[in-house]
Design a protein around this ligand. Sequence first.
Ligand code: NAD
Length: 496
Amino acid sequence: MVTRISHWIDGAVVPGTSGRTGPVYNPATGLQSGEVDLASAEEVNGAVASAKAAAAEWRSSSLSRRSAVLFAFRELLHDGADELAKILTAEHGKVLADAHGEIARGLENVEFACGVPQLLKGGFSEQASSGVDVYSIRQPLGVVAGITPFNFPAMVPLWMAANAIACGNAFVLKPSEKDPSSSMWLAEAWKKAGLPDGVFSVVHGDKEAVDALLTHPDIAAVSFVGSTPIARYIYETGTAHGKRVQALGGAKNHMVVLPDADVDMAADAAVSAAYGAAGERCMAISVAVAVGDVGGPLVDAIAARLPKLRVGNGADPDSEMGPLITREHRDKVAGYIASGAESGAVVVVDGREADVPSDGFFLGTTLLDQVTPEMEVYRDEIFGPVLCVVRADTYEEALELVNANQYANGVAIFTRDGGAARQFQFDVEVGMVGINVPIPVPVAYYSFGGWKASLFGDTHMYGPEGINFYTRGKVVTSRWPDPATSVIDLGFPRTR
Ligand code: NAD
């Protein structure tokens, strides 16, 4: 059965009117499971008009009311995790354990936003001048938009929406058209939590809907997560139309393994970080940089683990890695394995030859050794279950390699040497650094963001930077008349 997935505007499901739709698949079966409406510019305008009206009300709601809605939403998300995880697995393909992990990381952001009364506190300077006080407040922007990728269809919208709404904005989400259903689950949960209609809306769509948001005069800010070329486009177009934009792009995350590292620990970390969610994570490790003589033992240890990794339908609790998002993407990733082999990389494990389900968009795990920086498999973001190993003679060579890469989202170092790790943390030009931690996604009370081609704009996402992004600062300088000069009779003597 093919389900129709429509927009969520003004607190209700609204069928699309553009006449354009896109297919949604279950990647584990290869069968179409849904048909998603793709919004026209007029439909986007309708959603923004509803959001604008709702924003005017919502910004005047008390902090305790906003916080109460967030606490209620938190409970619904927590209690509904099984149901939401099934939706994520059915459309994205990730295994249920990963889907639960995604929800847990989204939940953290909702919990952070529950503390909005604390987060929005301003500063106060009494008697900045004689009889003059100065204080700062932060106010919402109005209507803000979020444009999100397929790989975390619940978590990334929550990175944005929880803080945006807590700060008093209305949020319009344009989720990935490849796995749109979880955004509808979130919309219903917001409504059940008591959020007024129009404060959270979902418009499904493609470039047409995105362009309508980027150019709409009533959209004050745009948060984007996706690939680098689109992130650049979003940033340039949104800012050219006067909007505040944070646009997180693609990645090529390295894991530097020093000769003194615990090889088993590093191999376990490499396997989970490179192949978890079939490598479709923006913080996935895609290059292991083996320094000195650790290369041989590391490659052997990773290769030994791969046959044990169970690839299958994510809904099966025994599966550890699911399929890729689409047939085209699976074929593109397989093409990279061929390209690596042709350019001289050693194919230690070939995912194309793996025994994986023939239905659906599966590909086995691939390990490429002796990869060099000019190879396509090194330069491009593959976004699949392919780990490249680059050999480096020294720490300096490894560092130079990482710092020369255009992407700078996450990086990890594996070593037992605290001094070396500390030096690396100082030297490396990457936004998020793990020390013996392969996927250093910051907890919700820090902020998430890469450097260079992994981020356009200067504000990282969620955490304190998220609160700043979704609010404008205002400073008030105030002087009150001397009470002794007041003409109002208070009925008791005035004192100073
Ligand atoms: P994508 O860039 O193809 O799509 C992201 C969003 O942009 C979707 O909503 C899509 O509909 C929209 N879009 C696509 N093409 C567009 C166009 N031409 N004009 C306007 N809008 C367009 O990304 P994806 O394939 O959904 O997600 C995978 C990518 O996201 C990877 O590159 C990954 O590294 C990146 N990502 C980055 C982070 C991060 O935090 N830096 C997190 C998750 C994913």
